[in-house]
Design a protein around this ligand. Structure first.
Ligand SMILES: [Zn+2]
Ligand SMILES: [Zn+2]
Length: 507
């Protein structure tokens, strides 16, 4: 504890700020705590002061000599110095808001000088406009200890809190939300002040002004907004600078998850910029800036964005299928993130209906998700079932006949087969070149004619099926071309299902 008043000698902290330094001790308001500590310190000083006065009188009374001997003079001088120091400290305590100290213990000079100085400071701005002699316009009310306090600068003043909270209520009025959080931004010099208190005065029990301000403003706002503060998952975080009343809103995104099917080929999963103009708009793309007229992402996002009025969206899915690949079965899990939505509560059945009226994309199992779903969908390994039409590459291999050759043995050879797959040639420009290990668990074959057969595989997600068939010039090993001993390619591909715990594979 600051019994020597070292902190207050450096920073003239008001009662509340002084109490905040010891916020982790005793359950009470910072202001009460600060007043109490200052009181104890003042009481110690007063006690010491009384002793010094008595000591001084004793020396004078018991002295036989007039004038006093040199030793006694020396003693008294020392005592008076000590008295002055204590009175200086008591003056600081009075100046920073502690009432009850006897006037005779205060050094009026120190109190006055300070007030004058502060007044000049306060009226500096007015001085610029008015003549210095224009006394009437000078604010003569003395500054309060809070106004003088270098830490809070009176930001806890009910007027300031009221103004800030009204500003926030207005800023929030165009957003729908259930719970919010106040975040306080401190100017750099305040952070430095707090750091100095913590490090140089070794005060590990202090609370940041950021905390208390957020708490006090939160109380007022919960009342005004009739909505609770939520530290874990607030819909909106209101960032406030208490000193200049600047407000910044962080509108947290909403997440809606479900599964999508793509019943039509030719639709990419996400928006692609036109290759010719890179999205600026040109003749080739009919000035849309798009390489393809629509995408799974756009089809799902449109009705959601129309209602939510967000600033943007992002579709996160458990893997992706190529543009020419259908996605069937129960569908691929996805979560759509709507950034900075104005509306958060939507009729998900109606959105499902709207999406399902589109051509090519169907969604189901729509429900609200959380931020963690994004990571989950991206990282959780899924298994998948694919169906591919496999064809022989060389038409001239006339004598080759799938129906007679090793095709019947293919399922057995593929079962529980480890595949080493180097990043396919066709995606190597946008993916890191590395070798992935994926497994085929089960396969089924069905001949269609002597150059074509249907292949169904159940395998790890992330296995590139087109390359599993072609071999990708040796980048995928082993491959179906390699096993059959004849170059094959994937003519048509469909994702039959994406499996997860809600949609397990029963093979
Ligand atoms: Zn203060
Ligand atoms: Zn274009």
């Amino acid at each position: 504890m600051d019994y020597e008043n070292k902190i207050l000698q450096k920073y003239n902290l008001c009662n509340r700020c002084y109490g905040r330094i010891y916020a982790k001790l005793m359950r009470m308001g910072n202001k009460d705590r600060g007043t109490s500590i200052k009181t104890v310190i003042a009481m110690n000083f007063e006690k010491k002061l009384k002793e010094l006065f008595e000591e001084k009188n004793m020396i004078i009374e018991s002295s036989t000599q007039t004038p006093l001997s040199e030793t006694d003079e020396e003693k008294i001088k020392k005592i008076e110095e000590e008295i002055y120091e204590i009175q200086k400290n008591l003056t600081i305590l009075r100046k920073t808001g502690l009432n009850g100290i006897k006037n005779e213990y205060i050094i009026e000079e120190l109190l006055k000088d300070e007030i004058e100085e502060q007044k000049n400071e306060k009226n500096k701005d007015e001085d610029k406009k008015e003549s210095k002699d224009d006394v009437e316009n000078v604010d003569n009310t003395p500054l309060t200890p809070e106004q003088k306090c270098p830490w809070c600068k009176d930001v806890f003043n009910p007027e300031n809190l009221e103004e800030i909270s009204n500003k926030i209520v207005e800023a929030l009025s165009e957003y729908e939300f259930d719970k919010f959080l106040i975040g306080t931004r401190l100017p750099k010099r305040m952070k430095e002040l707090e750091k100095d208190l913590e490090v140089n005065f070794n005060e590990s029990n202090m609370e940041s002004l950021r905390n208390e301000f957020g708490r006090e403003l939160g109380k007022i706002l919960t009342n005004k907004l009739k909505k609770p503060v939520d530290k874990e998952t607030p819909d909106i975080v209101v960032m406030v600078n208490p000193y200049n009343q600047k407000i910044y809103l962080q509108i947290n995104p909403i997440f809606i998850k479900g599964r999508y099917k793509k019943t039509k080929r030719g639709i990419p999963q996400s928006h692609w910029d036109c290759r010719s103009c890179r999205g600026r708009g040109c003749e080739k793309c009919n000035f849309t800036g798009k390489q393809y007229p629509t995408s799974v992402e756009e089809i799902i996002a449109e009705p959601v964005m129309n209602i939510a009025k967000g600033s943007g969206e992002a579709l996160h899915a458990a893997g992706r299928e190529d543009i020419d690949v259908k996605m069937l079965g129960k569908g691929r899990p996805f979560v759509i993130e709507i950034k900075e939505p104005k509306i958060r509560k939507m009729d998900l059945d109606k959105i499902t209906e709207e999406v399902n009226n589109s051509e090519g994309v169907e969604i189901s199992n729509l429900e609200y998700g959380v931020k963690n779903d994004v990571r989950f969908f991206k990282n959780e390994p899924h298994t998948k079932t694919y169906c591919a039409l496999v064809s022989i590459v060389e038409e001239k291999i006339e004598n080759y006949n799938f129906e007679e050759e090793s095709i019947n043995e293919l399922p057995e050879k593929l079962e529980n087969l480890r595949i080493d797959q180097r990043t396919p040639h066709r995606v190597s420009h946008r993916r890191a070149d590395l070798v992935r290990v994926r497994n085929v668990y089960k396969a089924w074959c069905e001949p269609i004619d002597n150059k074509l057969f249907k292949l169904t595989v159940y395998c790890d997600g992330g296995l590139y099926i087109k390359e599993l068939i072609s071999g990708d010039e040796g980048r995928t090993k082993p491959s179906i071309s390699e096993i059959l001993g004849v170059p094959c390619y994937c003519k048509l591909l469909t994702v039959m299902d994406v499996h997860d715990e809600n949609n397990p594979a029963n093979y």
